[in-house]
Design a protein around this ligand. Structure first.
Ligand code: HEM
Length: 215
């Protein structure tokens, strides 16, 4: 038997999958004037999620905190080398290489949302609109790298990381006995109620906005 411990709290998991949904749907609705309201509503939802994630990075649980995935260049290179040797070091939270993509995804997400809001203004310049589009294309490239990283890490660590982002549970290597998911190395609370609240807030905002768009 393998021991699994709770690493990702519910708000981090809900943030992740709502972010995937809102970014994906915002991208698909970006090219039609008829779907403009939906695109803008999805952009506001993504911005709200990212603002929450910024806050959660300071007050959230252990592995959601920014300081748990702030690595220096040396740690990133060392991890990369162990990865190339197919013997990557094991991390319970984000790995040093994975964290690079995550910092980029979070920063690009905020940049895209803010340029989107700026582009909505009557006196918006073409430069802002162009930056919104260019940043989105860069984001697509980083998402591709993120997905390649998730697949590679899953193979090298023999752990399905997509399932980890759904259940919050990660395997601890070398442990045979199945003990509580709430151990010392893991997090102590999952804050399920906050995850539920996030979903409710997003659904309420969606219906309110679609019925009566801002501006
Ligand atoms: C279906 C596609 C996707 C899958 C399967 C996926 C999977 C994952 C997994 C497994 C992790 C945890 C990585 C780790 O163990 O360190 C993660 C983290 C993350 N992913 Fe994705 N991802 C997907 C799409 C996206 C997209 C589209 C975005 C951005 C729009 C994104 C942004 C992030 C961010 C920001 C994190 C860090 C989570 C946090 O700490 O809050 N992902 N993803």
């Amino acid at each position: 038997m393998i021991r699994r411990i709770m690493v990702w709290d519910m708000p981090t998991r809900v943030f992740h999958w709502l972010q995937v949904l809102s970014f994906g749907a915002a991208y698909l609705t970006a090219f039609s004037e008829r779907l403009r309201n939906y695109h803008v509503a999805l952009g506001y939802i993504l911005l709200g999620l990212l603002i929450f994630r910024l806050l959660w990075g300071f007050i959230g649980t252990r592995y959601a905190r920014f300081r748990s995935f702030l690595f220096n260049p040396r740690e990133i290179v060392v991890y990369l080398l162990t990865m190339l040797k197919r013997k990557p070091m094991h991390y319970l939270g984000h790995t040093p290489v994975g964290s690079v993509a995550i910092w980029l995804l979070l920063s690009l997400g905020i940049f895209i949302c803010l340029t989107g809001v700026a582009a909505l203004q009557d006196d918006a310049s073409d430069v802002v609109v162009d930056m919104h589009g260019v940043a989105t294309n860069v984001m697509l490239g980083v998402i591709l790298l993120h997905l390649i990283g998730v697949v590679m890490s899953s193979i090298l660590h023999r752990e399905n990381l997509v399932r980890t982002m759904i259940t919050g549970l990660k395997r601890v290597p070398g442990q045979k006995s199945l003990v509580s998911a709430w151990s010392e190395e893991g997090i102590q609370r999952a804050y399920n109620w906050l995850g539920v609240l996030m979903v409710v807030a997003v659904v309420v905002f969606w219906f309110a906005y679609v019925r009566k768009p801002l501006g």
